[in-house]
Each structure stands twice: as structure tokens, then as C-alpha cells.
Design a protein around this ligand. Structure first.
Ligand SMILES: [Mg+2]
Length: 155
């Protein structure tokens, strides 16, 4: 478990033979309401790539959401991954050309990211949701609150 994705010990996992990192998007890399990738997430992904790791965003969200989020950046992604089912993970492994033992997965939800990774035999790291942390220090405006509420209730 990590407090924040920046705390990932990249060297440690490189030494373990890890070749790729699967990243959840919503509430792991950014809150739901951030339409475009922010500088912090971008620099995290860059640091993974610089360390020689492949990176793939694996999201249950739509092509529009994930594609819009990465914007014009060169970041691979799987959308509509159907986590905790195997579909998205299988696609990610195939496209990355790695086995389930050569990747780690980061995500903020136990029932999708962590369960799904475990079912796929992938080492999973639970990252505390960004919004829970933010809510302590940040006052959301009501509009955003309503959007989030709608999302959670829908689930
Ligand atoms: Mg998430």
C-alpha cells in the first residue's frame, strides 16, 4: 500500500525483474474531474519510462475519458478494462509483451484494481484514493461534489 503513487520504489521493483507498470487512472493518477493529465502524473510516468519500465494505463473508463486525459502525450492505455475481470489486464500484458509476473499494478480501489490484479496473478499495490486525501485539505465546490456523488451512486 502506498500513500501516493510518487512513493513507488522504482529501483526496488526493477531489481525484482519488473518490466512494466499498469496504472489505474481515476482517483489514482488524478481525480475524476481533471480532464487532462497534470504535471505531477506526467512526471511520474516519465520517471518510470526513464527507469526503463513500460507504462500502460488500465482504466474501466471510456476511450473518450482516458484518451482525453493523456491528451497528446505518448502514453499507452487500455480503456473499458472491466476490472476486476481479466479482460483489460490480458490486453495490457499482450500489448506490452510481458508476463503477469513482470508487471505491477497500481490502483485506488480494492474491488477493481487490487482484486482484478490479484485474480490476474499480478502484484498489486493499493494507492490511497486522491480524493479522500484531498478532501481533508481541499474544499470542493458543490458542483464537483455532486458529480462525484453521482459517480459513486451509479456504482
Ligand atoms: Mg480508480
Amino acid at each position: 500500500m502506498l500513500e501516493r503513487y510518487e512513493d513507488l520504489d522504482i529501483d526496488h521493483f526493477k531489481k525484482q525483474g519488473i518490466k512494466a507498470v499498469l496504472l489505474d487512472l481515476d482517483n489514482t493518477l488524478a481525480p475524476y474531474y481533471e480532464k487532462k493529465i497534470n504535471a505531477k502524473a506526467l512526471s511520474f510516468i516519465d520517471s518510470l519510462k526513464k527507469a526503463g519500465l513500460k507504462v500502460m494505463i488500465v482504466s474501466n473508463n471510456t476511450q473518450e475519458r482516458v484518451g482525453g486525459f493523456i491528451d497528446s502525450h505518448d502514453i499507452d492505455f487500455v480503456y473499458y478494462a472491466l476490472k476486476p475481470l481479466n479482460k483489460g489486464y490480458k490486453e495490457a500484458l499482450r500489448r506490452l509483451g510481458v508476463t503477469n509476473k513482470e508487471v505491477i499494478s497500481l490502483g485506488d480501489q480494492l474491488l477493481t484494481d487490487v482484486l482484478g490484479s490479484n485474480l490476474a496473478g499480478i502484484y498489486s499495490i493499493y494507492v490511497k484514493p486522491i480524493i479522500d486525501k484531498d478532501s481533508i485539505t481541499t474544499k470542493f465546490n458543490r458542483k464537483i461534489e455532486r458529480l462525484l456523488f453521482k459517480y459513486w451512486v451509479k456504482k
